[in-house]
Write a protein that binds this ligand. Structure first.
Ligand code: CA
Length: 226
């Protein structure tokens, strides 16, 4: 994973590069706008950390020109400008996140990782598949062994969630928070009922069962071995 850091303040740039390197990233650095823009337009990165106030060309202009040139790497803006209007401007120009200086490195790293995860999830995956179960994200159809399975919108979301994490035991609390936006304290019966319905649709007509309940832990979807 390669990150471009465009930051004119020497100490901050060094601090960022050191931190990112320690976190396992490869970094390039630029300390003025023109160098930064040049790198952003000619090299390939997984993410750009971009300061706004820069000598030469400012961060807004770099972002604008990158997007115009179809350079779509995620951009995290790092700026001392804390006006709401600046934040909005950054996001409208196509930044993926905006962090204020002074910043906490742990937070920056968490945000960088979140952006990179999102990017992965958004890559043009059209279909999820586990054994003969297929979920098409474009047509929003579910099939098993080529046979169409009718699901509600909620069941689709639930199935997508457990298929993306196939083989993982998913606690009810996690499903509640990720699929229903509910707290664990809420009535988890909702999840049990929904899982029962989904399992009936996905597994009842087939000898091989893909969704299992792990007592006291949660649910897992996986293709049985062999
Ligand atoms: Ca600056």
């Amino acid at each position: 994973m390669k990150i471009l850091i465009i930051e004119d303040e020497l100490k901050t740039e060094q601090y960022l590069r050191r931190g990112m390197t320690e976190a396992g990233f490869v970094t390039d650095g630029a300390r003025d706008g023109r160098d930064g823009l040049h790198l952003a337009l000619t090299e390939s990165y997984d993410l750009v950390i971009l300061d706004v106030m820069l000598p030469g060309i400012d961060g807004w202009e770099i972002l604008k020109r990158m997007r115009r040139a179809e350079r779509h790497f995620p951009v995290l803006i790092l700026s001392a400008r804390d006006q709401v209007v600046d934040r909005v401007k950054g996001l409208e120009l196509g930044a993926d996140d905006y962090l204020l200086k002074p910043f906490d490195f742990a937070e920056l790293l968490a945000r960088v990782r979140a952006i990179l995860r999102r990017g992965k999830a958004n890559q043009a995956v059209e279909k999820l598949q586990v054994a003969d179960l297929e979920l098409n994200l474009t047509s929003r159809r579910v099939t098993r062994a080529g046979k169409r399975i009718g699901v509600t919108a909620k069941e689709f979301t639930l199935l997508e969630f457990i298929m993306r994490r196939q083989g993982e035991v998913l606690p009810r609390s996690l499903i509640a928070s990720q699929v229903w936006d509910m707290n664990f304290d809420s009535d988890t019966n909702v999840i049990e009922v929904a899982m029962r319905r989904l399992r009936a649709k996905v597994d009842d007509d087939f000898d091989v069962k893909l969704i299992r309940t792990i007592r006291g832990m949660g649910y897992v979807l996986e293709a049985p071995e062999g």
